[in-house]
Design a binder for this molecule. Structure first.
Ligand code: NAD
Length: 241
């Protein structure tokens, strides 16, 4: 497969290139700031975008115009950006995920089950930690975990409580707490806990290598070939849907 990587010089871009080459693919687009995406994508079968949230729109528009499948791992999009992107992305096969690792997608699945089984009196709180260079917060993965609680509990985005300070008062039952830690070279740690009187349950995933994301992204790129246009999740690719 001929793969165009957008965000090529970044941490993920470099890891994806290594994984793709090991898997026998060719990198026909090594695109970063200032490079010509259209020319590179014309020569490629698929684009993999791990760059910056404001960049994704032009990547999606170019891929849709050329009829090329998209794999997008970029995080940090605003709600307005997401809405516009979903409209553009449905023109081609698109796999879009806040986290491409099998372990995290299993964690989200288990979180959905826990949120459905446990009464809402089991307060849900999410913590995430990443390296000091990460630009967006909370992480895309932490938002995936939050969505895994919101759905089964009939909650919505307004119920996510981003940090606490001052005198926020007693914790409401509908709240889903969200806390971001930053420091060092942490690839990505995520914990969801459910706390009630007398006990708490914690589910944790720790990433120690970016290869877990790049393997998922390359697998998703292979999977998109020949698929109908539409937006797919990594769960479709992994058979967890
Ligand atoms: P990074 O800062 O190391 O790399 C981003 C790259 O994008 C940089 O090389 C930057 O120059 C490039 N870029 C910026 N503007 C561009 C433009 N206009 N055109 C082309 N390239 C441009 O960041 P990273 O750690 O590699 O992460 C990239 C993104 O992927 C972030 O949003 C991060 O949260 C996300 N991420 C997702 C997953 C996942 O599994 N979905 C995993 C890890 C990281």
């Amino acid at each position: 497969m001929k793969i165009c990587i957008n965000g090529y010089r970044g941490r993920m871009g470099q890891t994806i290139a290594e994984t793709a080459i090991e898997a026998g693919h060719e990198i026909t687009g090594k695109i970063d700031i200032g490079d010509d995406l259209t020319a590179a994508l014309e020569q490629s079968d698929v684009v993999i975008d791990f760059s910056f949230h404001t960049v994704t729109r032009s990547v999606f528009e170019t891929a849709a115009k050329l009829g090329k499948p998209i794999v997008c791992g970029t995080t940090g999009h605003t709600q307005e950006e997401k809405t516009a992107l979903l409209e553009i992305a449905k023109a081609v096969p698109t796999v879009w995920a806040g986290n491409f690792s099998i372990g995290v997608n299993l964690l989200c699945y288990l979180t959905e089950k826990a949120a459905a089984i446990l009464p809402i009196s089991y307060n849900a709180e999410i913590t995430e930690m990443h390296h000091r260079l990460k630009k967006d917060a909370p992480s895309g993965t932490a938002l995936m975990l939050a969505e895994s609680v919101l759905g089964p509990r009939g909650l919505n985005y307004d119920d996510i409580q981003h940090g606490r300070e001052g005198v926020p008062g007693e914790r409401g039952e509908r709240e889903v707490g969200m806390h971001s830690l930053r420091g060092g070279d942490v690839v990505g740690d995520h914990t969801i806990l459910f706390a009630d009187i007398g006990e708490r349950i914690e589910l944790t995933h720790k990433a120690s290598s970016r290869a877990i994301f790049s393997r998922g992204a390359v697998r998703a790129a292979e999977w998109t070939i020949g698929k109908e246009p539409g937006i797919y999740s990594i769960r479709d690719v992994l058979g967890l849907a």
